[in-house]
Write a protein of this length. Structure first.
Length: 501
């Protein structure tokens, strides 16, 4: 044999994304054209604990001899790395399969969140910015864009777009027409697959510059002028967050509630810098749109949700389908809709009777059928009642307390105030997730934040204590790490000299 070496292609795809079909398209087309080729695969454990990987070696020259090829990829020896999801590209980089001297990285930038990301106490999502930087730093060349959305727009599937991007890169000795012929020969969903393939092909001709910035339009409501004018008085760094916050809270409740959001921001703006206001604007919008039974019903009925389901299920026009939502509200969730005094009585009674943790009302609701739709519509219609409910009164009190802590900290140090504001990351979701996060925040408030605001520590010590406590709470949903951190802090507090600044 000559010094010619095979082209090494590694594909990482999650279950249901057609990695095997993509591999077959490449292998079958190469064989028909007379290129020696072989493939192997290693199945993953599950969709998000390990993608199935497919490895292909393709001899770039036609020959009657049969080259000896490897059965598995070697770090630093992969010519093309194809990832059907962005974190899978990150895994390939971490495992050494992407090298700046050799590898073309083709990856979809969309995310399918792992269980660990979704169940984290705070924002557990992986930093896609780091993934972009790693891709640019470690690959010789990249083709990166949202191929999942491209497939949906083309009415196709993801693997066809990936194949098109590969063909468009020009790295294989196979013309695009040969791949199109292979898709036709397979005879399955030919037109949609060709549509996706051509979409990917056009992008594969040149790298797509991925941008993560998106413009935020001002709220399209009757009083947009008044609200927009108020947003315009905020520092420029805050306006994007404030605009999104106003839009979110109008959808959540009404324009008056969005105006309350701006009132609260104005109070912070009087005492601190843009960095703190921006941090508060971001978290305050989320805290004010807390998830209660009414909000869950609102989200279940969003037209965008049904449109997304139809795209995922590839529902044709006029084709019937069913959406089954399983809900399991407990006594607290139901009582939260009642007036405060009545709700507190019901909760106290349930605690005494032992019902609070054991009694739930599980049901399956078909939200795209009349009966199920009306159930959710009635619940969503209680939005006007929300300001009179127990949960609303409870959350507004918690929000006001949080803002008061921030104002007190800002008088001491803006950096400390930002760290206290960021503790809102602990509070999210509903049910047990919300209770656990709110409980952790309350412990940090009582045992760390309040002592630091009483001038018992320097600002540096106070800021470090808040950061450590929040980090411990976010790292361990069970609370053991936080408990140890709080105990260590209280022990050290007794030995530190008191200081006032």
């Amino acid at each position: 044999m000559t010094a010619t070496r095979p082209l090494c292609i590694l594909i990482a795809a999650m279950g249901g994304e057609g990695g095997g079909v993509l591999t077959n398209w490449i292998v079958d087309t190469a064989e028909k054209l007379g290129f020696p080729v072989q493939s192997t695969s290693i199945p993953g454990v599950a969709q998000r604990t390990g993608a199935t990987t497919y490895y292909i070696e393709l001899w770039p020259e036609k020959t009657t001899q049969r080259p000896v090829m490897c059965l598995n990829p070697m770090p630093g020896q992969v010519d093309v790395m194809i990832a059907s999801e962005f974190v899978e590209a990150g895994r390939a980089i971490a495992n050494g399969f992407v090298s700046p001297e050799r590898t073309l990285l083709i990856a979809s930038t969309h995310r399918v969140f792992a269980v660990a990301e979704k169940s984290a106490m705070g924002d557990g999502r992986y930093d896609t910015g780091q993934l972009f930087r790693a891709a640019k730093d470690h690959a010789r060349q990249t083709i990166l864009f949202d191929m999942d959305q491209a497939a949906k727009d083309a009415g196709s599937i993801l693997n066809a777009v990936l194949l098109g991007a590969l063909a468009g890169s020009g790295i294989l000795p196979i013309p695009a027409q040969a791949f199109e012929d292979g898709i036709r020969a397979e005879g399955k969903a030919v037109e949609s697959n060709l549509s996706g393939f051509r979409f990917g092909l056009s992008h594969g001709q040149g790298e797509i510059a991925e941008t993560q910035a998106r413009a935020s339009a001002l709220p399209q409501v009757s009083s947009a002028g008044a609200l927009a004018e108020r947003i315009g008085h905020l520092p420029e760094a805050v306006r994007r967050f404030a605009t999104e916050g106003v839009k979110r809270l109008i959808d959540y409740q009404d324009e008056a509630y969005a105006a309350l959001y701006l009132d609260r921001l104005d109070e912070i703006a009087k005492i601190s810098d843009a960095a703190l206001i921006a941090e508060v604007a971001r978290h305050l919008a989320l805290r004010m749109s807390f998830e209660d039974v009414i909000r869950v019903a609102q989200l279940k009925l969003k037209p965008e949700r049904f449109a997304a389901i139809e795209r995922e299920m590839r529902v044709k026009s006029g084709q019937p389908y069913a959406v089954a939502d399983f809900v399991k509200p407990g006594i607290e969730e139901i009582a939260s809709l009642l007036p405060p005094k009545l709700a507190q009585w019901a909760i106290d009674l349930s605690i005494r009777k032992g019902w609070i943790e054991t009694v739930h009302f599980g049901m399956t609701v078909q939200s795209n059928r009349l009966g199920g739709y009306l159930r959710f519509r009635i619940l969503a219609g209680l939005r006007r009642w929300r300001p009179r409910s127990f949960r609303y009164a409870e959350e507004q009190q918690r929000i006001n307390d949080w803002l008061d802590l921030i104002r007190r900290a800002a008088a001491k140090d803006a950096g400390l105030a930002r760290e206290i504001a960021d503790c809102a990351r602990l509070i999210k979701g509903y049910g047990d997730t919300f209770k656990r996060g709110a409980g952790n925040f309350q412990m940090i408030r009582d045992r760390v934040i309040v002592p630091t605001l009483d001038d018992r520590l320097t600002t540096a010590q106070a800021t470090d204590a808040v950061v450590q406590a929040r980090t411990a709470a976010l790292a361990d949903p069970e609370g053991n790490s936080l408990a140890n951190t709080l105990a260590d802090f209280e022990a050290s507090l007794k030995t530190l000299p008191q200081a006032a600044e």
